[in-house]
Design a binder for this molecule. Structure first.
Ligand SMILES: Nc1ncnc2c1ncn2[C@@H]1O[C@H](COP(=O)(O)OP(=O)(O)O)[C@@H](O)[C@H]1O
Ligand SMILES: [Mg+2]
Length: 354
């Protein structure tokens, strides 16, 4: 008889919305107080490393306040003011089609002027909006001055606002309340894992030591997504081995498993960006590389294309950039390093191409 460990895989996926949010009670009540205790325009920035529950928290708060007309936009996908506004306005709204010609301000006016309900806009992964010609945050934080109904604005980011806001938007910084989500510790991760294991795995097919081992390993990144995915991976290995899930199985699966990439990361890379990345990884034996080294591996591409690609990989959390001291020419040189284990990443990229 084959040993079945996994009862239902859904609670181990990112689409799943948990009944219980662990360890964020203070943050939730603080946001409620800052944002939802008056009708005034408010901006809250929720900052945290990947997997600290930013998206979950925002969606939870949207559910908690059904009296608000909540609009959720992932800026990694919709990475310009017009794309964001077409998400907020909805497809039907744009059938008239002056999205291209109207100014951002007048589009915002059109969308919100007639809205009778209270407004809440959530901009997720807002650090992706690094372009200096993005005005949407500046305008939304000033909705009242524009004689629009107050718009509650929730910004979710892995970076401080200085990293992605331009000067004029930063000038409204004193109106932005920032809430930092700390990395989860092992006991919080254990609570999250217990809930998921109970829903996803058959009773008696896993022991508490296994969950504790996962929590202990995941504490290094404090990333709940990592913890949940390691549980899934380990449960599959246990099933494959016809065993129950023990801490030994967890240890074994953690060896060829590293931090997962933010769920929105790979999916939104262009085809050519994925092809270049595969090519780079297949030709590359070090953990660090400079722009010159990339150029020597890759076919001839324009500077603009190269920099867009590197920026996209960086926003996706795949690579980190570090400034090297400027060379004789005075120009700044950058060094890039891989954030994700190479074989894991290659696997994910090949899967994507299938
Ligand atoms: N406090 C929590 N309680 C239960 N599950 C959580 C908690 N925080 C995160 N998760 C789960 O971990 C995963 C990553 O959370 P997410 O909100 O996507 O993180 P972020 O947006 O900060 O990268 C999701 O599957 C989410 O359901
Ligand atoms: Mg997120």
């Amino acid at each position: 008889m084959e040993m079945k460990v996994i009862k239902n895989e859904i609670p181990l996926t990112t689409e799943f919305f948990p009944d219980r949010i662990i360890g964020r009670d203070q943050e939730i009540s603080l946001i409620n107080k800052l944002m939802f205790s008056s009708d005034a325009q408010t901006t809250v920035l929720i900052k945290g490393r990947p997997g600290t529950g930013k998206t979950l928290l925002a969606k939870f708060l949207m559910k908690l306040h059904p009296d608000y007309n909540g609009k959720y936009v992932n800026c990694y996908v919709s990475n310009s003011d017009r794309l964001i506004l077409s998400e907020i306005g909805g497809k039907d709204y744009w059938r008239g089609g002056d999205l291209q010609s109207s100014s951002i301000e007048s589009i915002i006016r059109q969308i919100f002027q007639k809205e009778r309900r209270r407004n809440l806009v959530v901009l997720d992964e807002v650090h992706s909006l690094k372009s200096s010609n993005s005005k949407i945050i500046y305008i939304l934080t000033r909705s009242t001055e524009l004689e629009l109904p107050p718009i509650k604005l929730m910004l979710l980011s892995i970076e401080d606002p200085e990293m992605f806001l331009d000067k004029s938007s930063l000038a409204s910084i004193n109106r932005i309340n920032q809430i930092d989500l700390k990395n989860y510790n092992s006991s919080q991760l254990l609570e999250i894992l217990k809930d998921r294991a109970q829903l996803a795995l058959f009773e008696g097919t896993y022991d508490n030591d296994a969950l504790m081992k996962i929590a202990e390993i995941a504490e290094a990144s404090g990333n709940a997504r990592f913890a949940i995915e390691l549980l899934r991976y380990s449960a599959r290995l246990a099933e494959l081995r016809d065993q129950i899930l023990t801490s030994d199985i967890v240890l074994e699966s953690s060896k060829d498993y590293t931090e997962p990439i933010d769920d929105s990361a790979l999916r939104y890379l262009d085809e050519w960006e994925i092809d270049l990345l595969i090519r780079l990884l297949n030709n590359w034996n070090s953990n660090r590389f400079t722009t010159e080294e990339i150029r020597s591996i890759l076919p001839v591409i324009s500077d603009a294309r190269l920099y867009k690609w590197l920026r996209d990989l960086e926003s996706a959390g795949i690579i980190n950039k570090r400034k090297l001291s400027s060379g004789y020419g005075g120009g700044v040189r950058n060094e890039f390093s891989l954030n994700v284990q190479k074989n894991y990443l290659l696997n994910a990229l090949y899967n994507l191409k299938r």
